[in-house]
Design a protein around this ligand. Structure first.
Ligand code: BGC
Length: 377
């Protein structure tokens, strides 16, 4: 009898759930080789709830991330390619770790401690996302790990002094953890031997409806931000921190992305839609909610929590149907969005923005969480 009582919770669990039990864990397989012959690995991380994250040590790229809809059906919700070759070409940074500097640095130049540094100009005259061979295009060292029934990967990369024009040897460490409550936790760390700007982020593109060429304009977005940083025609911040009230940039209450994306507004014109940095609530470095996205047909909800002061909301304005991605899916105009947690763009040239300079002896440390639920939870 006592034995039956002990077994009861398990018997009940197996009776109430129609899904086969999920085995949480981590598996690896080859993802091909780089042109220089180095092997690339892909890791498949499964959570106890059945979420799957596939991630490669090339660029720390998340190639697949599944999340349940309101009926418990899992779908892949990130954009990307079927194979390594796709990622080796010039890509819009699908799924990758971005560094040393997420977003733009004007004219690829900045002055630090009296010395002027010149970086790669890979976006018109500006420097974007770390340059020509940023952290999205390097092979990281990867170590899988587990914490109880939760699994993840630690990525490390030593960026040599002078890489893409940046000063100092930067030792970067980025951890991805897939939790038992459907969260992906990103922990970023870096140290340097010379002062250098650092602004690491993650560049996954989402379409919460699942694999689809449809636009993300019906997704409803909330941004916990009363201000944003206006830009010029080259997408460089002007230095102003502007209130969102009364503008198409007010997402303090959930609003469909498409509702005002074509508004007659100078900032919308400069960004070709939304491609701006919002100032997250009080600019503290505590972990707090920055964004919430709801996709009405699937019911999927994604929340972004971060310790960063800013978040770039990019509505996929440069996707134009020329990229064929996973499963032959064509990435049409605005069919994916990014929410990139970050320090503000061009901070090395903007003395009023929070500093992005890391000095020897200091440790750069920041965390961001993508949390997945549904409107039925
Ligand atoms: C930027 C866009 C850029 C895109 C690259 C985003 O982070 O904000 O301006 O075009 O990355 O695909």
């Amino acid at each position: 009898m006592r034995r039956l009582l002990l077994l009861l919770p398990f018997l009940l669990m197996s009776c109430t759930s129609s899904e086969p039990p999920v085995e949480a864990g981590i598996q690896s397989r080859s993802f091909g080789t780089l042109p220089d012959g180095r092997d690339v690995t892909i890791y498949k991380v499964t959570s106890p709830t059945g979420m799957v994250m596939e991630v490669t040590n090339y660029g720390g790229i998340i190639t697949r991330l599944t999340a349940p809809d309101r009926d418990g059906k899992f779908d892949d919700i990130v954009l990307g390619y079927d194979n390594l070759e796709g990622y080796l070409e010039e890509t819009p940074y699908f799924g990758a770790i971005i560094g040393r500097y997420g977003n733009r640095i004007a004219r690829g130049q900045f002055t630090l401690d009296g010395e002027t540094y010149t970086l790669a100009q890979n976006n018109g005259e500006n420097h974007l996302h770390g340059g020509i061979q940023g952290f999205d295009k390097v092979l990281w060292n990867a170590e899988p790990f587990s914490m109880g029934n939760e699994y993840g990967i630690v990525f490390t990369y030593e960026s040599p002094d002078g890489e893409e024009g940046y000063p100092g040897t930067l030792s970067a460490r980025v951890t991805y953890l897939l939790t038992a409550d459907n969260r992906v936790i990103f922990s970023y760390q870096a140290t340097t031997d010379k002062a250098t700007p650092v602004n690491l982020t993650q560049h996954s593109y989402f379409n919460l409806a699942g694999p689809s060429s449809d636009s993300i304009l019906d997704h409803e977005l909330m941004l916990a931000a009363d201000h944003f940083t206006p830009i010029d025609a080259g997408l460089i911040p002007t230095g102003e921190i502007r209130a969102v009230t009364g503008t198409p940039f007010d997402f303090t209450t959930a609003t469909p992305i498409g509702e005002r994306i074509n508004a007659d507004d100078e900032q919308i014109a400069f960004g070709l839609g939304y491609d701006h940095n919002w100032v997250v609530s009080d600019m503290t470095s505590s972990m707090r909610l920055a964004a919430r996205v709801h996709e009405p047909t699937s019911g999927r909800v994604m929340e972004v929590l971060t310790e960063e002061p800013g978040i770039q909301f990019y509505a996929g304005n440069f996707l134009d149907g020329t990229i064929t991605g996973k499963g032959g899916n064509v990435y049409e105009y605005r069919s994916g969005f990014c929410l990139e947690t970050q320090h503000f763009p061009d901070s090395p040239n903007q003395s009023t923005f929070p500093s992005t300079i890391l000095r020897p002896g200091e440790t750069y440390q920041t965390r961001t969480i993508y949390a997945f639920t549904t409107d039925a939870d």
